[in-house]
Design a protein around this ligand. Structure first.
Ligand SMILES: [Zn+2]
Length: 129
């Protein structure tokens, strides 16, 4: 199944099935669920959310898209404009995946915190001298 892409300034009101709309302005991509259920899937682009790979011809998203909050519970990858279906996950796997996500975010923020501490420390030293 193909998923074409459109780079847009604003996310349009009516999304076309089979297209992923990418707004660099808002660091967000949005598309209608690949299963055809009509739900809109928002994938924020950030170091702790999704990563968009654009090679000039096609787009890929990482990690996979798991629509656990939708009825369809579909789970797929977007790889080079192709929807690659992933296996359905058990509730346990979903819960663990979410835990991992939270841990990843915590790690990222604590890393930033310690970097900020170092930065503050440097600033202080420079002020003193
Ligand atoms: Zn769906």
């Amino acid at each position: 199944m193909k998923m074409n892409y459109k780079f847009v300034d604003f996310i349009p009101d009516n999304l076309e099935q089979g297209y992923i709309y990418i707004s660099l302005e808002y660091n967000t991509a949005i598309h209608k669920c690949a299963c055809g259920c009509g739900e809109e899937v928002v994938t924020p682009l950030s170091p702790t959310d999704w990563k968009l790979i654009y090679n000039g011809e096609s787009v890929s998203l990482s990690p996979s898209i798991g629509n656990w909050s939708f009825k369809c519970q579909s789970h797929y990858w977007l790889k080079n404009n192709d929807v690659v279906w992933a296996g359905k996950m058990s509730t346990k796997q979903i819960v663990e995946g979410r835990k991992e996500d939270i841990e990843r975010k915590k790690r990222w923020h604590s890393q930033n915190k310690s970097q900020n501490k170092i930065l503050k420390w440097f600033k202080r030293i420079f002020k003193i001298r």
